[in-house]
Design a protein around this ligand. Structure first.
Ligand SMILES: Cc1ncc(COP(=O)(O)O)c(C=O)c1O
Length: 360
């Protein structure tokens, strides 16, 4: 019996988000998902487990996740009315698209986070694009402002941008917020960037911006789902209408609160990853690779002599996982910053592959 696909045509035509490939060998360096290579410290795990044990698992979590919102707000020196939490920042990005861009137009700057087009499709937002420019993948500020002024369009800017690492200049983001109905600013990786990259000052200035952040990266909490958005309270109230009730479960809530009680260890690890990022970038450039200047926990790399897809496959054969992002990313790979020994494995693997390719 043949059956018609009952999905909306746009959904049926869309290629599903791709996940981990089959692995021919054990993983030696997992540098493909921009995760933290450090686990949550054992003391924090113990604290979360004992607090969770004391709670009633049969009850819904606290409505509105007030404790977690208060902890996030306190960590940023802000008020809880400016914060909404979600089941990872991905949920909040979808909510924001539904609330602010659904049925309208959304502007993206490819290559950028591959989930955005899928979320736009779900929100039924039409996507316009202004690609990043040049070998350093900079935001084409004038073209973005022109596009936003020409037509009511909600820009979604990822800063630092995944997969390139490029941060946007806050002075440009300020102009963008003033030109657009509202600017959506994804700052999932901002903890790895210099403090000037933060867009939170635009919230203080009362502008129409929503800033998205996550505990998945710098706080190493990707195995739980803790994302948040910061905006003026009136925008937070609108955004919260598109977030499902109780979307942050109580385990995630307890972990978020515990991590933010002592942010010292996470900050020290971020500093170590930033040092490793710069060491890797210098070593790669020394090998003749092109590397965009990155303010994230990853690098966007054109291997010496190109051939990123075959390089990725050869690295995979050695148990070294990096991310290939398809044609929109050109001949580049995204490499997450791991532990020093993982990074060294990657560098050594790439050097060997490149030398063999270059050999007669
Ligand atoms: C740019 C960007 N935004 C958002 C997310 C989603 O993060 P979360 O784990 O908070 O859902 C990611 C995850 O990789 C990301 O790269």
């Amino acid at each position: 019996m043949t059956r018609e696909n009952p999905a909306r045509p746009g959904i049926a035509a869309f290629a599903a988000y791709r996940l981990v490939p089959d692995l021919p060998v054990p993983v030696r360096a997992k540098l493909d998902f921009n995760e933290s290579p450090y686990d949550v410290p054992d003391e924090v795990k113990e604290k979360v487990l004992s607090r969770l044990k004391a709670r009633r698992w049969s009850l819904y979590p606290e409505f509105g996740a007030t404790r977690l919102r208060e902890a996030i707000a306190a960590s940023l020196g802000r008020s809880p009315e400016e914060v909404v939490v979600g089941n990872g920042s991905g949920e909040l990005l979808l909510a924001a698209m539904n609330v602010f861009a659904g049925g309208g137009r959304l502007l993206l700057t490819p290559p950028t986070f591959s989930l955005y087009p899928q979320l736009a499709l779900l929100a039924q937002a039409e996507v316009a694009t202004v690609p990043l420019s040049g070998d350093d993948f900079l935001f084409d500020e004038e073209a973005i402002l022109r596009a936003v002024r020409a037509w009511p369009t909600v820009p979604l800017i990822c800063s630092p941008n995944n997969p390139t690492g490029t941060p946007a200049d806050p002075a440009f983001l300020r102009k963008l917020a003033d030109a657009a109905p509202v600017a959506l600013l994804d700052q999932a990786y901002v903890d790895f960037a210099p403090p000037e990259a933060s867009a939170l000052a635009l919230v203080d200035e009362g502008r129409n911006v929503v800033v998205f952040r996550t505990l998945s990266k710098a706080y190493a909490a990707a195995g739980f789902r803790i994302g948040y958005a910061v905006a003026r309270p009136d925008l937070v109230r609108e955004l919260a209408k598109a977030v499902l009730p109780f979307s942050v479960d109580q385990a995630s809530e307890e972990l978020g609160v515990a991590l933010l009680e002592d942010p010292g260890p996470a900050r020290a690890r971020v500093a170590e990853l930033v040092r490793e990022r710069e060491r890797m970038a210098a070593a790669l450039r020394g090998m003749g690779a092109k590397v965009a200047p990155s303010a994230g926990n990853f690098l966007f790399v054109e291997p010496p002599g190109g051939g990123s897809e075959s390089v990725r496959t050869e690295l995979l054969g050695r148990g070294i996982l990096v991310r290939d992002l398809g044609p929109s990313a050109g001949d580049r790979l995204r490499v997450s910053i791991g532990l020093r020994e993982e990074n060294d494995l990657f560098l050594a693997g790439l050097r060997e592959i490149t030398e063999r390719k270059g050999a007669p």
